[in-house]
Design a protein around this ligand. Structure first.
Ligand code: TYM
Length: 331
């Protein structure tokens, strides 16, 4: 990473499942746009992904692929750090210390915990419960000012701010109180049930578009996306499916909803869906091409994540040592 700029950005994505356009438009695309103006630190949150049981070989492969794919999306290691969370051992240490400063009731209120405990009722483990503490530790270790995320992470960030203020109150100013950075595209919905968010762990593959989907897959998934019985391309109430496709088209082309409505005035949903698919195919093609180049070079990928982990460890160790001192650990 080049010399450090003013304010710091931290964010992360889990390598569980394949990265979707929800992750991309909600978070990753914003990350890449912030790199020139901020001191950016990004992570692949593989420790977080462990809350759901994994096959070890597949997990390793998915983590490498996700790392290469995020580089292909535009994370630039000349400007930013991008490390793999499990390679930086300060995260788990701070997470324990901050777990001891987080209420059971605060964690029990997290809607993502409630949702995930319902969808993975056979494996409601303690990691799933204490997950937001690891997340807030990720952020605080780098004293991040802003955290670019999708809407679904807002509650976790509110908890982050609460725990940060509590710690600063108890031990004196230690951590920066981070702010969420949430932009348009912050909630891309499922193509099959547009009342829910698009999720990489949804068992229905047709509910999401993954960044590495082929043009045929994209056309078929968009064609099958749930809409309503009307035919005018107009953003409005009770039209979650259409609104979602308009959001995707807007994120992909940069057009406003007004411009989209004018463009498709007098045309039906079929024509609009074809345009959405075409725009996505065109938008994703350069990312897919870069990915197929990067993934071939395992040596390069390894150098990237190792160098970033080393630097992340140096930065985060400084914070951890200050916390240990304040708590009263013998250093
Ligand atoms: P994860 O892997 O579920 O998602 C990564 C990012 O993508 C955003 N996102 C979406 N945005 C819009 N529409 C959607 N359908 C959609 N689905 C996901 C998420 O809001 C997120 O920004 N806990 C985090 C990873 C994490 C993290 C952190 C984030 C670990 N430590 C510290 C920020 C700071 C997660 O599971 O993201």
């Amino acid at each position: 990473m080049s010399q450090r700029k003013g304010k710091t950005i931290f964010s992360a994505v889990q390598p569980s499942g394949d990265i979707t356009i929800g992750n991309y438009f909600g978070a990753v695309k914003n990350w890449t746009q912030l790199q020139s103006d901020f001191n950016c630190i990004f992570a692949l949150a593989d420790l977080h992904a462990l809350t759901i049981r994994k096959d070890a070989e597949e997990f390793k492969q998915k983590t490498l692929e996700a790392y290469a794919l995020l580089l292909a999306c535009g994370i630039d290691l000349k400007k930013s750090l991008f490390f793999i969370q499990s390679q930086v051992n300060t995260h788990c240490q701070l997470a324990w210390m901050l777990a001891c400063h987080t209420g059971f009731g605060e964690l029990a209120r997290m809607t993502q915990f409630k949702d995930k405990s319902n969808s993975h009722s056979g494996n409601v483990n303690c990691g799933l419960f204490s997950y937001p503490v690891l997340m807030l530790s990720d952020i605080l270790l780098y004293r991040a000012d802003f955290v670019p995320v999708g809407q679904d992470q807002k509650q976790h960030l509110e908890l982050t701010r609460t725990v940060t203020e509590r710690f600063n109150f108890l031990y004196g100013p230690t951590f920066t109180v981070p702010e969420p950075y949430i932009k348009s595209g912050a909630k891309i919905k499922s193509l099959k049930d547009p009342t829910k968010k698009m999720s990489k762990s949804d068992p229905d593959l047709n509910s999401r578009i993954e960044l590495l989907d082929s043009p045929d897959e994209i056309v078929n998934k968009v064609k099958r996306a749930v809409t309503d019985s009307e035919s005018h391309v107009k953003y409005g109430a009770n039209k979650d499916g259409l609104n979602n496709l308009m959001t995707i088209y807007s994120c992909t082309t940069g057009k406003t909803f007004d411009e989209i409505e004018k463009e498709f005035d007098g045309k039906g949903y079929g024509e609009f869906k074809s345009a959405v698919a075409e725009a996505l195919i065109e938008h994703l093609a350069p990312i897919q091409n870069r990915f197929s180049e990067i993934i071939k070079d395992k040596g390069y990928i390894e150098k990237c994540y190792k160098d970033s982990a080393e630097e992340a460890l140096n930065i985060s160790n400084e914070t951890l040592n200050e916390v240990k001192k304040k708590i009263g650990f013998i250093l």
